[in-house]
Write a protein that binds this ligand. Structure first.
Ligand SMILES: Cc1cc2nc3c(=O)[nH]c(=O)nc-3n(C[C@H](O)[C@H](O)[C@H](O)COP(=O)(O)OP(=O)(O)OC[C@H]3O[C@@H](n4cnc5c(N)ncnc54)[C@H](O)[C@@H]3O)c2cc1C
Length: 413
């Protein structure tokens, strides 16, 4: 390939596509290189195929302690700009619970179609079935990249947008981490994030399929509470999942590196221990001949009530009248503090995102450029930042992609 491009972008996910659109809109000639036969493979899976493309409330502080890194990219292209971008291209959006934004058509394919049209309009060259294998460096600058088939691509600036390591069937196999390391960058250990949690106790696995809404969850290490959050938990054959679990998984993963982690569920967060005990006592008095497993149904689903009886070593058939004070207090304790042991997270192939990545201190947040290599930029999940579920991770891609594309094009002038 003899042509010299202004900008070569590696990875046709949301970050790479947005980088390409933004660079070309700023006057650059752009090539977007994707190893799959189509772009946006993971994007099509997002939001269960509906694509939760941003969150109306998204702001840098939603991305944890180092979220300030995103101040510049969000000020240039935040959630409102994302919504406006798609609207201008003919795709209206709607806002659902907790600020989650979806295309009005509920189809991720429509989001991909808008992006493909936009690449076409801006004359971005898209190279499919082309895996970047190597980088050629001369005088602290990338001179060219070599594809797996041996072809060489030459450009003035390069943007790496190869994503993380999760759902590797979509093409996100962590190639970018290896490239960046070879180029001298340090990588914070990539770990699965937004992923279900494996639990040790067998009774948890027996509850597979049960969903608990509006419960309070606490995480403990060395008997100290590390986190408290409310939401929905779903029991599975390996442990626990559901929106609340997915969002705390990164914290659990970090704590597991330091030692044992206990997770405690409060099934009745609106009732204090004393009020719950009184309620149970009154119920037993009013229903003296009712068997205990049926007495608990107001406080926990049936299958879980049975397990709570087992954990309290009370026969499920014992009648209320025969429950001792100590047994009642044990039941109250379990309903308020149902403890289990986290033993690990599920693997990358089931994680929605990868935490870790290119160290933020090695990237200039004002332009998304490498501080080590003169003509290198990064955008998207490859950088050491990720958000909760709810559209925050795609917003990170649109924002950083927009800024990387724009600033890499401006540098040519
Ligand atoms: C099931 C699922 C549902 C999700 N739902 C949502 C959601 O609703 N909302 C939300 O905000 N986030 C969601 N996410 C997260 C979101 O999809 C990712 O954060 C986002 O796709 C990351 O974009 P990216 O462009 O950085 O990387 P990716 O989307 O991973 O794209 C990277 C691209 O680079 C290509 N590539 C890799 N290596 C090379 C190479 N060597 N040469 C050439 N090309 C290469 C890959 O093939 C891939 O196409 C979801 C994730 C999953 C797995």
């Amino acid at each position: 390939m003899n042509k010299i491009y202004n900008i070569a972008i590696i990875g046709g996910g949301p970050a790479g596509i947005m980088s390409a659109i933004s660079a070309s809109q700023n006057g650059a000639s752009v090539i977007l290189i994707e190893k799959n036969h189509k772009i946006g493979t993971k994007l099509l899976l997002t939001g269960g195929g509906r694509c939760n493309l941003t969150n109306i409330k998204a702001c840098p502080k939603d991305y944890g302690k180092e979220g300030d890194f995103l101040i510049k990219s969000f000020s240039e292209f935040g959630a409102l700009k994302t919504i406006e971008f798609f609207k201008k291209k003919g795709l209206k959006t709607k806002v659902e619970e907790n600020g989650r934004v979806f295309p009005i058509t509920d189809k991720a394919q429509d989001v991909v179609n808008v992006l493909m049209n936009c690449l076409k309009e801006n004359k971005v060259e898209v190279l499919y079935n082309s895996r970047v294998a190597e980088f050629n460096i001369k005088n602290k600058k990338i001179a060219s990249i070599i594809l797996e088939n041996g072809d060489r691509i030459t450009a003035q600036n390069f943007i790496i947008c190869t994503g993380g390591k999760s759902y590797d069937v979509t093409g996100s196999t962590g190639d970018g981490y290896a490239f960046a390391e070879k180029l001298g960058h340090k990588i914070k250990n990539p770990k699965p994030a937004l992923v279900p949690i494996k639990i040790k106790e067998d009774w948890v696995k027996k509850l597979q399929g049960i969903s608990l809404k509006n419960i309070q969850l606490s995480i403990f290490q060395n008997k100290k509470r590390k986190l408290k959050q409310a939401g929905e938990v779903i029991f599975t054959h390996f442990g626990i999942s559901g929106p609340l679990i997915i969002n705390i998984s990164k914290d659990v993963g970090n704590l597991l590196e330091k030692g044992d982690v206990k997770i405690a569920l409060d099934l009745n967060p609106d009732l204090t221990i004393e009020i719950l005990d009184k309620k149970l006592q009154d119920y037993f008095l009013k229903n003296p001949n009712k068997i205990i497993k049926n007495c608990l149904l107001d406080f926990a689903p049936e299958k879980l009530s049975l397990e709570i009886c087992n954990l309290a070593s009370i026969s499920q058939e014992k009648i209320a009248n025969n429950i001792t004070r100590q047994e009642r207090q044990n039941l109250v304790k379990l309903l308020k503090d149902l403890e289990m042991t986290a033993v690990g997270l599920l693997d990358f192939n089931l994680a929605m995102v990868t935490s870790g990545g290119i160290l933020l201190k090695e990237i200039d947040a004002k332009i998304m450029a490498s501080k080590l290599i003169d003509n290198l930029y990064f955008a998207g999940e490859i950088i050491d930042l990720c958000g909760a579920t709810g559209g925050f991770n795609l917003e990170l891609c649109w924002s950083t992609g927009y800024l990387a594309g724009k600033s890499s094009a401006e540098k040519l002038i």
